[in-house]
Every structure is written in structure tokens, then in C-alpha cells.
Design a protein around this ligand. Structure first.
Ligand code: UDP
Length: 413
């Protein structure tokens, strides 16, 4: 559904929308291309689906392209993703060749669209070598890293860095992720769209019918984690957490809701492990949802008493912010972006183990007034920091800074 920017004034404030118009006026007519590796699944696609139309509405010629590749390519980029997030994964030369050749091929197909663009935002490692292959590129090329690059496995980062270095700037979500690069490095955390189907208010009937569809009992407590089936999201740790918490709250139910992203080849293996771990417990609901079933995700997040995001590594968990926007406290892994998303003891808890997570679940389910207070604070925190309007403003400010040659860092106020 298309939303007019003016609709955000009610949520974020008229001054915020006015400010966006002011900034965009100075960028009017410029050609901006975003490039990533999938249109469906995962946080980057989620953001671009809304970010690009809003830029267009503000008078910018924005568009979104996705590169394509075969399973070998995505096997390589998944290993690269894992290595940048700290896993000690050597990537065989044959896969790196596929990575480079795939990017060279995609560059040929995209050349016409990007050569004369004023700004090209290239998201994550998958398409990073593109810039290298576009001869005579005119505009500013920005590499946008969405993942937790706090302690990358050095040999893989060194390799990727050779491509990233040819960009004019890069963006990381947090200062602790920022790497040393020969160009300006900006800090911009991601955001959610409050008008997205995933985040709009839903009525009780719709929530109830979604729960009925999956045999979730609304009168019993339920914890939910929404995530791709990925080891860094620690779904097995969530099951362990649930089992520990259930010893104290026997009526507890767990929902793991996930789908695949087309650039994630490991999902099936992890899903099978998760199913095996849950096999003997009818109160664990493992859901595999289509990537565009946003209303179901919305309903499940709203039906939850508490949202869990027990990631071991996380660039920025959109699911965390989505849940907080729905007045839910979040028990999140004490890692990466989650550390700036969850204000420990105020909007949820940061945890380091299944035992810690179970303890917090038990506490919140026994202290309902605290649970509700944290939920209220969570929503306010998102309103002030993590809506798409703030994200757009920072992209515009960055574009203006690059156009006018200022090398300044932009940080969240
Ligand atoms: N998501 C979804 N369906 C699923 C799993 C995830 O729609 O089955 C959405 C989720 O609501 C969020 C995004 O995909 O908007 C995941 O972003 P996040 O930053 O949490 O994780 P990523 O997958 O990018 O690592």
C-alpha cells in the first residue's frame, strides 16, 4: 500500500515531516539507486520496500535493483556474511571466483542504470564488488553495511575491504561496527515503518483468528521470536530458554515464526534442527511463513506477552524494534545493534544465556505491571529513535554532506 509522507506527521510529528521536505528540496531530481541481493526476506528488503517510494514522493528519482546469482554465489556470500559477523570461515578460492564473476555479470546488466546515478547505495557484502566493475561511474557510491562487523574474521574482511575501499563512503549501524576505511564512515541505525502492514494497529478479532489458525491459546502466556532460521538468531537457545522458563510457568507457550530469505541457503538445515528440538512439546509452535505475510507477523507480535530476540550476533534486529513499537518488552541477546535497541531494565532486558533469558521471562510474567510499563517505554523509545522518518533524514543529510564535500560523521542524537 502506498502511503503519503504526510501520514507520518501524526505519528512522528509535523516538524519531522517538514524537515524532510526541506532537506529533500535540496536533492530534488537527483537519481538514487539502491542495490541489494533479494527483494524478499530479511531486514534490508523490508526497509527498501518503504524507503524507496518515500524518496520518490519527495522528488528524488529513486529506484531499487537486486542482483541475481546461483546457489554457489549465495553459498559464498552466506559464508562471507558469517565471517564478517565473526565466524572463522575460510572461503575457498573457487567460491570467491564465483562471487567476483557473478558481480561482474550483474554489473554489465546494471551499468546503464547506475553509471549516471548521482548516488548508488550498495547494501551488504553480496553486491560490494559492483562499484569496481562500473567504468566511468559518475555519482557517489556508498557501501551500506547492515551486519554486525564488530569483530570480523580478518582474512575475509581484508578481502572484502579491497572492494569496499573504492566507494566514496560507507555506513555502519553502530560505532562499534565501523571499520577503518579510506573514506568517510557514517553511523546510521536502521528503522521501521509504522505504517507498514507489519506495524499498523490490528483489531482483536484478527489477532485471535491468527492465534486460532496456529492453535495458540490466547488465555495462556506466550513468548514469540520472529526470525529467519539462522544460527546467529539462536532458535535452539530460544527453545532452551522456553523449557527453563516453563518449569516456573507451566502454561507457557513458545512461537518461533520464520521464513526464508532467497539469499540464505542455510535456513532449511537450521529449521530441521529446530523441529527436532521441539518434537515432544505441543506448546512449541514452529511456523514457516511466506515472506510477505506481514499481517500474520504483526498479529503474532501483538499476541505475545514478551518478545524474545536471543541473537548471538545482530547488526540491528528490526524484529526487536517492531515488537517494541507494539508495546512489548523485548528480551534480547546482549550483542550488536540490540544493545542500542533495548534499554536494559527499562524497555526490556539484555541477556547472555538461556538461563538469563528464562529468569527475565519469569520475572516479567510474575510482574505484569512492570511488563506493561516497559512496553509503554519501549514504544516511546522507538518513536523517538527508530522510525523511518529519522532514517530518511540521516540518508538525506549524508547525501548533502557528500555533495558538498563535507566529511562529517552523522550520529543518532
Ligand atoms: N520477517 C518476516 N517473516 C519472517 C521472518 C522475518 O516478515 O518469517 C521480517 C521481520 O519482521 C523483520 C525482517 O524480516 O522485518 C527481519 O529483519 P531483522 O533485522 O530482524 O533480521 P535479518 O533477517 O535482516 O537478519
Amino acid at each position: 500500500m502506498k502511503h503519503s509522507l504526510q501520514m507520518y506527521a501524526k505519528i512522528a510529528g509535523q516538524d519531522v515531516v517538514d524537515h524532510l521536505h526541506q532537506l529533500a528540496d535540496r536533492l530534488r531530481g537527483l537519481k538514487v539507486v539502491h542495490i541489494n541481493s533479494t527483494k524478499v526476506g530479511g531486514g534490508v528488503a523490508e526497509i527498501l520496500h518503504k524507503m524507496v517510494p518515500l524518496m520518490v514522493e519527495l522528488g528524488i528519482q529513486a529506484s531499487w535493483e537486486s542482483i541475481t546469482g546461483d546457489s554457489k554465489f549465495f553459498q559464498c556470500t552466506k559464508s562471507m556474511h558469517n565471517a564478517i559477523q565473526g565466524e572463522r570461515t575460510e572461503i575457498p578460492d573457487s567460491l570467491l571466483r564465483t562471487y567476483e564473476e557473478t558481480n561482474a555479470r550483474n554489473a554489465e546488466m546494471l551499468a546503464e542504470k547506475v553509471r549516471d546515478a548521482d548516488f548508488v547505495f550498495v547494501h551488504d557484502p553480496q553486491p560490494a564488488p559492483l562499484a569496481h566493475h562500473i567504468a566511468g561511474r559518475k555519482g557517489r557510491w556508498i557501501w551500506r553495511c547492515h551486519i554486525d562487523a564488530n569483530k570480523p574474521f580478518r582474512p575475509v574482511w581484508k578481502y572484502l575491504r579491497t572492494f569496499v575501499s573504492s566507494y566514496d563512503a560507507s555506513i555502519f549501524s553502530l560505532s562499534t561496527f565501523a571499520q577503518s576505511l579510506p573514506h568517510p564512515v557514517y553511523l546510521i541505525p536502521p528503522s521501521i515503518d509504522p505504517l507498514h502492514e507489519k506495524n499498523i494497529e490490528l483489531n482483536e478479532d484478527e489477532m485471535r483468528s491468527v492465534c486460532e489458525r496456529f492453535a495458540i491459546e490466547t488465555q495462556r502466556p506466550v513468548i514469540v521470536q520472529v526470525s529467519r532460521y539462522d544460527r546467529f538468531k539462536d532458535p535452539l537457545g530460544v527453545i532452551q530458554t522456553y523449557k527453563l522458563a516453563k518449569e516456573f510457568v507451566p502454561s507457557l507457550q513458545l512461537v518461533l515464526a520464520g521464513g526464508g530469505a532467497s539469499d540464505d541457503p542455510e535456513g532449511k538445515i537450521v529449521l530441521n534442527e529446530v523441529r527436532a528440538a521441539a518434537v515432544d512439546d505441543p506448546d512449541i509452535h514452529i511456523l514457516l511463513l511466506p515472506g510477505d505475510d506481514h499481517r500474520t507477523i504483526n498479529a503474532l507480535q501483538r499476541a505475545a506477552d514478551i518478545i524474545v530476540q536471543k541473537s548471538i550476533k545482530e547488526g540491528f534486529g528490526l524484529t526487536v524494534t517492531e515488537a517494541m513499537w507494539k508495546n512489548k518488552p523485548v528480551i534480547g541477546g546482549d550483542t550488536g545493534g540490540i544493545r542500542i535497541q533495548v534499554v536494559n531494565h527499562h524497555t526490556g532486558f539484555l541477556v547472555n544465556s538461556p538461563e538469563g533469558a528464562a529468569l527475565r521471562i519469569r520475572y516479567l510474567l510474575y510482574h505484569r505491571e512492570k511488563l506493561e510499563e516497559m512496553g509503554r517505554k519501549a514504544k516511546q523509545f522507538v518513536r523517538e529513535n527508530f522510525l523511518i522518518t529519522r532514517h530518511l533524514r540521516e540518508y538525506f543529510t549524508l547525501m548533502l554532506a557528500l555533495l558538498h564535500g563535507k566529511e562529517e560523521r552523522i550520529e543518532l542524537a
